[in-house]
Design a protein around this ligand. Structure first.
Ligand code: ADP
Ligand code: MG
Length: 701
C-alpha cells in the first residue's frame, strides 16, 4: 500500500502533467499520500437549501438551487466580470465572477438547474453572490459532493483558482484517491493509545475527514487527527528536551547550606505561600537532579516571584556558584538590586548592579570581581550579555519578565559558564496552560497560582473621559488618606518626542485638578536618563510624592506597596496584557486598591471587550485567555516560531483537553522507550522520519 501512497499524483485520473505541476508548486502535493494529508480546513453543511426570499443577512454562506441565465461579460480591466441571473421559485439574485470568466461563460448551461454555493452580500438592499461554486444537477455529475450533507472545504491558493482547480476539483481528486485503496495510511499511533482513547485508526479517520458520513463520525475522526498532530508536536518538544538532558549534564546542587537556612530562619519577611513553597521544592529537585534545569516560572503579577528567585539564588551560592539575574529595564534591575540588598540585610553576600549607565570604574571593578569569583550575585540589564562579562563559576541564570528577551539573547547567557548553568525564566505574562505547553513544551513549567494572603482584589472601573473631574475628586480623597497614585499615559506611535509632548500635556491637565505644590509629583518617561528615572522612582517609593505621572516604563515589576490607585488614560489603546501588568502595580499592600480606566467615547468592539474584561476579572490567566481569543495565538509573545501556528486541525484555544492528553501520552511513551527503539515505536519512528511539508501550509491564504 505504501507504494500506492508514494506514487506520483499524476497517476490519478483527472491530473495531467500541468495540474500535477500546479499541485506541487502551490500546495506541496507530490504524491497521493500528500494529497490525502491535505486536509479540509472546514466542512460545509449542505443539507440545507435556502430560498432567495429568505436571504436577508449579509456575509453568510448559503446553498441555493435554481436556474442560471448568464447576462454576459461586463466592464474593463480589473472590473471585467461575468454576470448571471439566478432564480428560484421565490426570487432572483445576481451572481458575479471576476476570474476564470471565459471558461465559465462557455460552460454554464442557460436555464439548467444548478446548486449554487457561496457567500451572500447585500448591496443597496439587493442580495448578490461573488464567485459562487456551481454544480449542475443532471443526474450523473459530481456525485461525490451532490446530495452529501457535509462537504469538505480545502485550502486553496490563488494560483490554483486561476487554473480552475477549485474546491470541487480537490474533492473529486481526493475521492478518486480514496476509491483506489481500501486500506490507505499506515498507522502512526501506538495501538495501546488508540485503544485507551477509543480513537479510530488513521486510515478511517482520514477517509472520514475527506468524505464525512455524519457529523458525529466527523468529530471523532477530527479528534483522532488532532490528537495525532498534538502528540507529535509534544513528542518533538520532549525529544529536544531529552536530548539536552542526556548531552548537557547539569551542575548538581546537593547542598542546602548556610545562606539558604540563615535567610529562611532570620530574614524571611513573611511566611511563604504554599505555591511559593511548592515551586521552590520543584526548583531544588531540578537543580539537584544532575540535569540542567530549564524552568519557566509563571506567576501572576504580585504573586511573589522575587522571593522565589532569591531563595533559588541562595541555593546556588551555597553550592559555591555565582548567580546572574537579568531584568529587562534599568528601573527593574535597579529595583531588584536595592530590594534584594535590603532583604539580605547583613548576610555576607556580595552583589553588584550592572546597567548601561554604570560608570567605567564601577564596570571595571565589577568585571574583575565576577571573573575572579568574589562576586556572588550580579544583577543587571542586557549589559550582562556583553562579551566582557565573564564569570568564574556561573551556576544559575535567572531571567525576569522573559517576554522582553529574545531566545537568542538567552542563549548568549548560557554560554557564560563552563558547564551550562541552570536557567530559571520568570514571566508575569500569564500564558494559558495550553499555550505554555505548546510553546514551551521543551521547558518545565512551574506555576505560582496563589496570591499572598490578605490581598484584596483591585477594584476596577471604566469611566469616560468626560467624568475626569469625578475621578480627580476620588484621587484627592485617596491622597488625603495617605495613599499614592500612578497616573499612566500611553506611548504614542513609539515617538519619543510625541511621548514627551503628550505626557507633558497630560501632566498639565492633571495639575489643573490637583495643583502643585499642594500635591507633589514624580515624573518618569522614556527620554529621561537612568539616574533621573531612578531618582523619581525613589522619590515616589519613599512617599516624597503623591502622584507618579508616567508612560508605560513603569509597566514591569515596579513595587511600591503604598500606591493604591492606578489611573490609565486612553486605556483603549493598551493591549490586555499590558493593562493587566499596569494594574498589577497596585494592590500590593494591605489597603483596598483601585484601577480606573479612562477612555474616549468611541471604542472599537475589541477595545470595549478589553476594558470589560479588565473590569470583570483580576485573574491573569483568565485575562490571558481572552487576550488569546482576541488576538489569536500568533500575536502572543514568543509564539511566533513555536510551530503552534502550523497546526492543520488542532486549535490550541479550543483543544486544550486533547493537548493535555497528547502531552501526557507522549511523556508516558518516552518514559518507557526513551530512544524509540522498541518494536511498538516503529510507527512513531517512521512518522518522525518523514520530512513534513508543513512550511508550505503558511503559503495558503
Ligand atoms: P511579582 O511576582 O510580580 O514579581 P513580587 O515578588 O514583586 O511579585 O511580590 C509582590 C509583593 O508581594 C512584594 O511586596 C512582596 O514583598 C510581597 N510578597 C511576596 N510573597 C509574599 C508572601 N508570601 N506573603 C506576603 N507578601 C508577599
Ligand atoms: Mg517581579
Amino acid at each position: 500500500m505504501a507504494a500506492f501512497l508514494d506514487s506520483s499524483i499524476e497517476f490519478l485520473k483527472g491530473v495531467g502533467p500541468q495540474k500535477a505541476e500546479a499541485l506541487r508548486l502551490e500546495l506541496g502535493i507530490h504524491t497521493i499520500g500528500d494529497l490525502l494529508s491535505h486536509y479540509p480546513f472546514r466542512h460545509e453543511d449542505r443539507s440545507k437549501i435556502y430560498q432567495v426570499r429568505d436571504l436577508t443577512s449579509d456575509n453568510v454562506q448559503v446553498q441555493l438551487q435554481g436556474k442560471i441565465i448568464p447576462s454576459g461579460i461586463m466592464g474593463q480591466g480589473p472590473g471585467r466580470r461575468l454576470v448571471a441571473q439566478f432564480s428560484d421559485a421565490t426570487g432572483q439574485l445576481e451572481l458575479v465572477w471576476f476570474k476564470g470568466i471565459s471558461f465559465l461563460e462557455k460552460s454554464i448551461k442557460p436555464g439548467a438547474e444548478y446548486r449554487v454555493n457561496g457567500r451572500i452580500s447585500i448591496f443597496k438592499g439587493k442580495a448578490n453572490m461573488a464567485h459562487p461554486e456551481l454544480e449542475l444537477i443532471d443526474g450523473n455529475s459530481a456525485a461525490e459532493t451532490l446530495g452529501r450533507a457535509l462537504v469538505p472545504v480545502y485550502p486553496l491558493t490563488d494560483g490554483m483558482r486561476r487554473r480552475r482547480m477549485d474546491n470541487r476539483f480537490m474533492a473529486q481528486l481526493t475521492s478518486t484517491a480514496l476509491r483506489h485503496a481500501d486500506y490507505l495510511l499506515p498507522e502512526n499511533l501506538p495501538q495501546s493509545i488508540l485503544e485507551k482513547f477509543r480513537l479510530p485508526n488513521r486510515s478511517d479517520a482520514v477517509r472520514e475527514l475527506h468524505a464525512p458520513t455524519s457529523l458525529s463520525n466527523l468529530e471523532i475522526a477530527k479528534n483522532r487527527l488532532k490528537f495525532e498532530e498534538l502528540f507529535y508536536l509534544q513528542l518533538r518538544h520532549l525529544m529536544i528536551k531529552g536530548n539536552r538532558d542526556r548531552h548537557s549534564p547539569g551542575l548538581r546542587f546537593d547542598r542546602v547550606g548556610d545562606s539558604f537556612n540563615t535567610f529562611y530562619k532570620d530574614y524571611l519577611p513573611f511566611p511563604l505561600t504554599n505555591a511559593q513553597k511548592r515551586v521552590i521544592k520543584e526548583i531544588r529537585v531540578d537543580m539537584n537532579s544532575g540535569k540542567q534545569m530549564n524552568r519557566l516560572l509563571q506567576g501572576d503579577v504580585g504573586s511573589g516571584k522575587t522571593i522565589v528567585a532569591l531563595l533559588t539564588a541562595l541555593i546556588a551560592m551555597d553550592n559555591g556558584y555565582q548567580v546572574a539575574l537579568m531584568a529587562p529595564t534599568e528601573i527593574l534591575a535597579t529595583q531588584h538590586f536595592y530590594s534584594l540588598q535590603e532583604s539580605l540585610g547583613l548576610m555576607p553576600i556580595k552583589m553588584r548592579l550592572l546597567t548601561g549607565s554604570s560608570s567605567k570604574k564601577q564596570r571595571e571593578e565589577l568585571l574583575a570581581e565576577a571573573e575572579d569569583g568574589q562576586l556572588n550575585l550580579l544583577i543587571g540589564t542586557h549589559a550582562l550579555l556583553e562579551d566582557q562579562v565573564k564569570f568564574k563559576q556561573l551556576g544559575l541564570v535567572i531571567v525576569d519578565e522573559q517576554h522582553r528577551f529574545g531566545v537568542a539573547q538567552r542563549a548568549k547567557l548560557w554560554k557564560k559558564g563552563q558547564t551550562i548553568p541552570h536557567v530559571l525564566v520568570m514571566t508575569a505574562t500569564p500564558i494559558p496552560r495550553t499555550l505554555a505547553m505548546a510553546v514551551y513544551g521543551d521547558l518545565d513549567v512551574s506555576v505560582i497560582d496563589e496570591l499572598p494572603a490578605g490581598r484584596k482584589p483591585v477594584q476596577t472601573a471604566h469611566r469616560p473621559e468626560s467624568n475626569r473631574a469625578i475621578v480627580m475628586d476620588f484621587l484627592k480623597k485617596e491622597i488625603a488618606l495617605g495613599r499614592q497614585v500612578y497616573y499612566v499615559f500611553p506611548l504614542i506611535e513609539d515617538s519619543d518626542k510625541l511621548e514627551l509632548q503628550s505626557l507633558m500635556s497630560g501632566y498639565d491637565t492633571v495639575t489643573q485638578y490637583l495643583p502643585t505644590p499642594h500635591y507633589k509629583y514624580s515624573l518618569v518617561h522614556g527620554r529621561m536618563k537612568a539616574e533621573e528615572k531612578e531618582e523619581q522612582m525613589q522619590l515616589f517609593k519613599r512617599g516624597g510624592s503623591d502622584i507618579m505621572i508616567a508612560t508605560t516604563v513603569i509597566e514591569v515589576g515596579v513595587n511600591v506597596p503604598n500606591a493604591s490607585v492606578m489611573v490609565i488614560e486612553n486605556a483603549e489603546r493598551f493591549g490586555l496584557s499590558q493593562l493587566h501588568q499596569l494594574r498589577g502595580r497596585v494592590g500590593r499592600g494591605a489597603e483596598q486598591s483601585y484601577c480606573i480606566l479612562l477612555s474616549g467615547p468611541k471604542l472599537s468592539e475589541n477595545g470595549r471587550k478589553r476594558l470589560q474584561t479588565m473590569v470583570a476579572t483580576t485573574d491573569g490567566f483568565e485575562i490571558a485567555k481572552v487576550d488569546l481569543e482576541l488576538r489569536g495565538p500568533g500575536e502572543i509573545d514568543g509564539t511566533k516560531q513555536s510551530g503552534v501556528l502550523d497546526l492543520k486541525l488542532a486549535d490550541i484555544r479550543a483543544d486544550e483537553a486533547i493537548l493535555v492528553a497528547a502531552r501526557t501520552e507522549a511523556i508516558g511513551w518516552l518514559a518507557q522507550d526513551e530512544l524509540l527503539m522498541k518494536p511498538e515505536s516503529s510507527g512513531i519512528r517512521a512518522e518522525l522520519a518523514k520530512s513534513p511539508h508543513r512550511t508550505l501550509w503558511s503559503k495558503i491564504s
